[in-house]
Design a protein around this ligand. Structure first.
Ligand code: C2E
Ligand code: CA
Ligand code: CA
Ligand code: CA
Length: 274
């Protein structure tokens, strides 16, 4: 038990303490992981539906802890965000991804996820420009994926940063489209190059009329505004048929390929034709 106010004792809360402890532990090991090279970037293809060719590969960070084994980014990215480690981690992923993409056929782009916390860095655009310069990747081959949460926090300055990034010639994608409250209204604030419809709308297909109506509307918006439309999380042929019928430009999911280590990608680009 811990000492509370006025000489009382706070009840011991095993759940909370264990959680805090685990988080503290993970923060320490994550810092070490970054220094010791326990992190790796895997890549998952996005397939152009009319031709079946790979247009883009998305960089997804992987961590294998020496004792715990693989830790999901869904678990450690939030911790990196809370502890400020996201800045060096995000930098590292971006540099790694740009370097890797220079080895691919020149029509294939690389997509990198940016945390809204990386927008706290006022020099984000010049950092990106430097990484492109160092690695020699053409700016048009880099896509940055952000979620609408980038508009919630420091929205005006973040909007300016998005515009600066665009001026570099990189492409901007709105990730997890449809999961927030205002995905649609943010399309008015900033013209994204690409919309990625969240997996939750795809996993429902073809059973849910609601999901079908929503993805149909998104495909229509994309056509009207000339924004590339992508869906993530395609796992079955039935889902693929449904999104093809709606006229989506691209798709990503286990049906095509899982995220794979970098060395597997050049061959996949050569051979994958759906
Ligand atoms: P996300 O950006 O929405 O990435 C898509 C996630 O869906 C990835 O999970 C991917 O492996 C998974 N996925 C792809 N196809 C399928 C499918 O057909 N079925 C299912 N069930 N899942 C599929 P992952 O790699 O575990 O990443 C989870 C999240 O962690 C990402 O979601 C992204 O928000 C974040 N993340 C991953 N890498 C990075 C990074 O380098 N930087 C930042 N800031 N966030 C990252
Ligand atoms: Ca993403
Ligand atoms: Ca996504
Ligand atoms: Ca998602």
């Amino acid at each position: 038990a811990k000492a509370g106010g006025r000489g009382t004792y706070v009840e011991y809360e095993p759940g909370m303490d264990a959680d805090l402890q685990a988080k503290q532990q993970m923060k320490v090991s994550l810092r070490r992981a970054l220094e010791k090279g326990e992190l790796e970037v895997h890549y998952q293809p996005l397939v152009h539906l009319p031709t079946g060719r790979i247009t883009t590969c998305e960089a997804l960070v992987r961590w294998t802890h020496p004792e715990m084994g693989p830790v999901s980014p869904a678990e450690f990215i939030p911790i990196a965000e809370e502890t400020g480690l996201i800045a060096p981690l995000g930098d590292w992923v971006l540099r790694q991804a740009c370097k890797e993409a220079t080895k691919w056929q020149p029509h294939v782009s690389v997509a990198v996820n940016l945390s809204p916390l990386q927008f706290r860095n006022r020099r984000l655009a010049s950092d990106v420009r430097n990484i492109l310069g160092e690695t020699g990747l053409a700016p048009s081959r880099l896509q940055l994926e952000v979620t609408e949460s980038v508009f919630l926090d420091g929205s005006d300055s973040n909007l300016r940063l998005l515009q600066e990034l665009r001026q570099l010639g990189v492409k901007l994608a709105m990730d997890d489209f449809g999961t927030g409250y205002s995905s649609l209204s943010y399309l008015r604030s900033f013209r994204f190059d690409k919309i990625k419809v969240d997996r939750s709308f795809i996993s429902d297909l073809p059973m849910s009329d609601e999901s079908l109506a929503i993805i149909r509307a998104v495909a229509g918006i994309g056509r009207t505004l000339r924004i590339t439309t992508t869906v993530e999380g395609v796992e079955t042929e039935t889902q693929l048929d449904a999104i093809k019928a709606e006229g989506f430009d691209e798709a990503q999911g286990y049906l095509f390929a899982r995220p794979l280590p970098a060395e597997r990608i050049p061959e996949l680009i050569q051979t994958l034709h759906m």
